[in-house]
Write a protein that binds this ligand. Sequence first.
Ligand code: GRF
Length: 192
Amino acid sequence: RNIVILISGGGSNMAAIVRTAQQENWEQRYGARVAAVLSNQADAAGLLLAREQGIATGALDHRAFASREAFDAALAAAIDRHQPALVLLAGFMRILTPDFVARYAGRLINIHPSLLPAFTGLHTHQRAIDAGCRFAGATVHQVTAALDAGPILDQAVVPVLPGDTAQTLAARVLSQEHLLYPRAVRALVRAL
Ligand code: GRF
């Protein structure tokens, strides 16, 4: 049961999943492994992390493709080489075409740094602070064609503290993401 993880940057969520899979022996217990980490940014630091763990990596520069459809088709081809049971978006900063989403329907998962359905899209922490929210958090959800709107699988909540900036709140949420995403993926892997 192969898992493919898509990243665009630091890949801390990917790293948390890889570490959890190793520590909990997912391969032996569930027959599941992270087969590849792919990115739309060739210089994504997470690619180095994955390579250090002996995981196959790939990068497709979206700027090298004439259209969103062409990029998504090339990305799907790279993903399908690993015949994934699960495709995880982890800090993957691309909007995917409906055809791509349909191709992986039911096995395409994302983590979003807000308590969906609140604050879909970008700059979620600043928006939560500006709105006067007392709580914020992250959501793991199934990916559908509508941005950040698929069925919710799990969530983590953190307090918004007086004096919080987007940066301090983001750090508090991110640390919870690193517990939430591996927990949600474990539940999915056990159900495969
Ligand atoms: C972070 O903002 C996180 O909240 C969101 O994607 C961004 C980068 O995450 N999920 P990562 O460190 O690349 O996993």
